[in-house]
Design a protein around this ligand. Structure first.
Ligand SMILES: Cc1cc2nc3c(=O)[nH]c(=O)nc-3n(C[C@H](O)[C@H](O)[C@H](O)COP(=O)(O)O)c2cc1C
Length: 219
């Protein structure tokens, strides 16, 4: 699969949450997904144990079922003032306009998750995080989150779009049941649509200056 001509910094700064620009009509070949997973498996892993798992959902009925669950969860999320993306005041006109565009994009995905030709569910195999001590929680999630981000970067390099989502985890068990995932030993971490993007030009997002989040030598 030919790669887009992006250097490392361009890849890292232009891998956006793609929702409205997903091409739902273009199929995605298994081989390109396998390439993205191979790259994702180069990510760090606690005790070098490689417990990250990718559930790749191509089956239309299963995608639609997960899309329905996602929509139900999103409706709950949307009612949560101060949590829902569209209810957060970013403190300035320009920032709030951007936030509302992001909210409209997230709303759109809520109506179309099941229309993506592929859904990717990043999981960790072993045990669940509920009640686990901080070291275990960080390790369990840390075994899958870098891998999923690597997957998304590899996808972007191949002209594919993704969007990190978590709201379906309100009904994680229902999604596990659709896919036959053993809920007690497999923790779901992220659900993403996967589709070719409409055009490949994406820009770096506006972010606060780095010094607003750096704590030199002490908090
Ligand atoms: C932990 C996490 C959870 C997220 N959950 C959702 C989600 O459930 N639905 C959604 O549409 N976007 C979700 N997003 C995507 C964010 O809304 C998005 O990353 C953010 O608005 C910045 O947009 P950008 O990635 O294009 O810069 C999530 C992102 C992260 C990191």
């Amino acid at each position: 699969m030919p790669l887009l001509p992006l250097d490392a910094d361009q890849l890292l700064t232009t891998t956006r949450a793609v929702r409205k620009r997903l091409d739902f009509s273009r199929p995605v070949d298994d081989q390109v997904i396998r390439e993205c997973v191979e790259i994702a498996m180069q990510s760090p892993s606690g005790s070098n144990n490689m417990t990250m798992q990718f559930v790749i959902v191509r089956d239309e009925q299963k995608r639609k079922a997960i899309g329905d669950i996602y929509r139900q969860c999103y409706d709950i999320y949307r009612s949560l003032d101060g949590v829902y993306i569209g209810s957060i005041d970013k403190g300035g006109d320009r920032e709030n306009q951007q936030q509302q565009r992001s909210a409209a994009s997230a709303d759109f995905l809520a109506d179309h998750m099941g229309d993506a030709p592929v859904l990717v569910l990043a999981c960790n195999k072993g045990s669940r995080v509920e009640g686990a001590p901080a070291m275990m929680t960080a390790s369990l999630m840390g075994n899958v989150l870098p891998a999923m981000w690597s997957f998304m970067l590899a996808a972007r390099a191949r002209g594919l779009g993704t969007a990190w989502t978590t709201v379906h985890l309100m009904m994680e068990q229902q999604v596990a049941d659709v896919l036959g995932i053993p809920f007690e030993s497999v923790q779901q971490a992220c659900l993403s649509p996967l589709a070719y993007t409409v055009g490949t030009n994406f820009s770096a997002a506006s972010r606060p200056p780095a010094d607003s989040i750096i704590h030199w030598d002490a908090w």
